[in-house]
Design a protein around this ligand. Structure first.
Ligand code: ATP
Ligand code: MG
Length: 341
């Protein structure tokens, strides 16, 4: 790869369009002082964006625009370099690569544009393309006036750096340094990640403890519910047994009640009969003599005794009915409670 041609338009001392051809070997440009030889180098630095480490002889980019008389275009300057790329050092499939840069001044400042084979690109893109052909802003692809003298007077270490740069070792050194820096960053990230992992582990342990407790609580709760179920079941069984017992007792009491009721009825009938008999006897007494009256009175006493016996029996039966009634109410209350539970 080599520069075939440079084209200046309104750049520094080149007010008109100036084309300078180069050979694939060695080209010397000579001329009187101030004729613009160094301006050609400025043009190369400008168009390839290499001015960061090599001093472009202008305070600002707009100083590069031709400011002489008869300027047709005082706002613009453009430099174009034509590379021979038959060896494909630049990573594009073209025999010729054209890189161009334009600077345009405006009221508020200036704009600068780069073009690679006619396509608008950024300065970074230009650097990336050139880096593939080992042309870098830090490299010594352009040797400035005074550079040779400076290199001769340099210390061995500084000179070594330049030789490394030219041999391409510096690029690897740079890459190595970048890689080491990245490694350092990664190491720091790993440290941070380790700290995070520690924290997460601690959190995990804490959560594990809480989880175990929750699981234990859950299983104990289930066990408790199970046992409560057993207790309820056994209570239910007891209640059923009791209910059966009460039912039987109720039936028996009912039977007894019926018996007593019929007995009561009988006794009442007898009482009515006796009362009727008494009433008749009283009627007879009124009509009878003394002996007979005595006999009748004795009979009356006898009947009274029987009546009193009957009354006692009725009273006793009434008590028993009350008791059976109370038992029945107790049973009904228990049945309601069971259903409510
Ligand atoms: P030397 O042999 O002394 O190194 P040279 O050939 O390298 O000289 P340059 O430094 O390239 O000369 O050119 C300097 C000339 O460029 C000066 O005459 C200066 O006036 C002219 N010049 C610089 N900037 C501009 C500009 N913006 N517009 C017009 N002319 C300019
Ligand atoms: Mg010069």
């Amino acid at each position: 790869m080599y520069i075939k041609k440079i084209e200046f338009l309104n750049f520094k001392s080149f007010g008109k369009k100036v084309k300078i051809p180069f050979f694939d070997d060695f080209t010397t440009i000579s001329g009187p002082n101030g004729s613009g030889k160094s301006n050609i180098i400025d043009g190369i630095l400008f168009v390839l964006g290499l001015s960061s480490s090599r001093t472009l002889r202008a305070e600002k980019l707009t100083d590069l625009i031709y400011n002489g008389e008869k300027s047709k275009n005082p706002d613009n300057a453009q430099v174009t370099i034509y590379f021979d790329n038959k060896d494909r050092e630049l990573p594009v499939d073209n025999d010729e690569v054209v890189i161009s840069r334009k600077v345009r001044s405006t009221d508020s400042g200036y704009y600068s544009y780069f073009y690679f084979n006619g396509k608008s690109v950024s300065l970074g893109d230009v650097h990336n393309y050139l880096a593939k052909a080992r042309v870098t802003p830090e490299g010594y692809n352009v040797v400035m006036q005074g550079d040779v003298t400076r290199i001769i007077t340099m210390t061995a270490g500084e000179r070594r750096k330049i030789i490394d740069e030219i041999a391409g070792v510096a690029e690897f050194d740079n890459k190595k340094e970048r890689a080491l820096n990245e490694l350092e960053v990664v190491r720091e990230r790993i440290e941070r990640a380790d700290i995070l992992i520690d924290e997460v582990d601690k959190q995990k342990e804490k959560l594990q403890g809480e989880r175990d407790q929750a699981v234990k609580y859950q299983s104990l709760k289930e066990e408790k519910m199970k046992f409560e179920g057993f207790v309820l079941l056994s209570k239910l069984k007891d209640a059923k047994t009791e209910l059966e017992g009460v039912g039987q007792e109720y039936d028996a009491q009912q039977e007894k009640l019926e018996e007593i009721s019929s007995e009561l009825k009988q006794k009442k009938d007898i009482l009515e009969e006796r009362e009727e008999e008494l009433r008749l006897l009283n009627q007879r007494i009124q009509k009878m003599g003394e002996d007979e009256q005595i006999e009748v009175k004795r009979r009356i006493e006898e009947i009274r005794g029987e009546i009193s016996g009957c009354s006692d029996r009725i009273e006793y039966a009434g008590q028993e009915i009350d008791e059976i009634d109370a038992a029945r109410r107790r049973f009904s209350w228990k049945s309601m409670n069971q259903r409510a539970r």
